[in-house]
Design a protein around this ligand. Sequence first.
Ligand code: NDP
Length: 337
Amino acid sequence: MSNTALRQRGLKMTRIYYESDADLSVLDGQRVAVVGYGNQGRSWALNLRDSGLAVEVYTQADASRDQAAAEGFTAHDIKEASDCDVICTLIPDDVIPELPITPKPDALWVLASGYAAAFDRIDPDCDVGMVAPRMLGPEVRACYVEGIGFITALGIHKDNTGTALARTLAIGRAIGGLRQGAIEMTPRQEAVLDLAMEQLFAPAMARVSMSFVGLMAEAGIPIEAIMTELMLSGEIERNYRLLRLEGYAGQMRYHSPTSQYGQMSRADRYDGIDVAGVMREVLSEIESGKFADEWEAERNAGYPNLQRLRAEKLSPEVVAFEEDLRARLGERVRGTT
Ligand code: NDP
């Protein structure tokens, strides 16, 4: 949709930052800490170093630290990150408030997700910025190496020094997160959207898939064929790729006329289903902070419900069924060529 069309509808254009909006020299002479060397941390450390920044890694003394050292980083205890000028915490969101870090007042604390700031889990006395990749941790590295970068959500939570945005943009650029565009968002907006994808969208999609599997099984279709349609063929994955590259209207020409007619003529039949009602309820728990409180209590209790849910939903029977299916159909089939 064009800017003019958006304005005519009274919609505000969101700011999108690109590499030309960021200047890496604002970080000249600054010590940059990457705290954590897991999914995001390792990729951030490698990308920041390859972009020319002086990066040091801060982790627990375990295998992660050994890996960071093996990959050429000076690795320290986490509490020593307190002396750094830029502190990127690539640590699970529920652990961030527990970190033994006391930043300097002129430091910049960079979060890779808005969660800890959005739900008041941390409030350090320094600048706080967010660069949240819309990309899985290892892919943050792969996309940087490929030169394509990735989209990020970028925003400022606190600006004590007047340099929070410039420094956050520099970090965003140095990890490869401004190449495709960084959407300006507050940490709260990012956290609400992120949790909503996990708690509203993903479970609704899972429910739709389960209804579909049940109905097709009732209709006598082999389970292997149903799972092939939903996952194993990779067709849906590739359709989504086309959706991303060419848009809904653009990709429709790759579907047969029968498919186009069937999809579009039946779409309205689902209008009456009140998916939004349940979604609104779950969203209100996110927005009120009820979910963040529940998750903090869960962590303090040693994750009993998470363990129960994993045992129920990811049971050995489910794992064995999926292993068997993948061994017989799709890319993991062995010894057939
Ligand atoms: P990981 O689960 O990969 O963990 C990262 C690091 O946290 C590891 O180095 C681990 O250390 C360390 N860690 C875990 N528990 C503790 C603890 N109690 N004390 C000290 N260190 C600890 O996290 P992610 O990389 O997935 O997530 C990091 C951040 O990035 C989060 O804010 C997340 O929301 C955000 N993010 C993640 C994305 C993803 O794709 N995973 C996507 C976008 C944002 P050790 O190895 O020593 O145990």
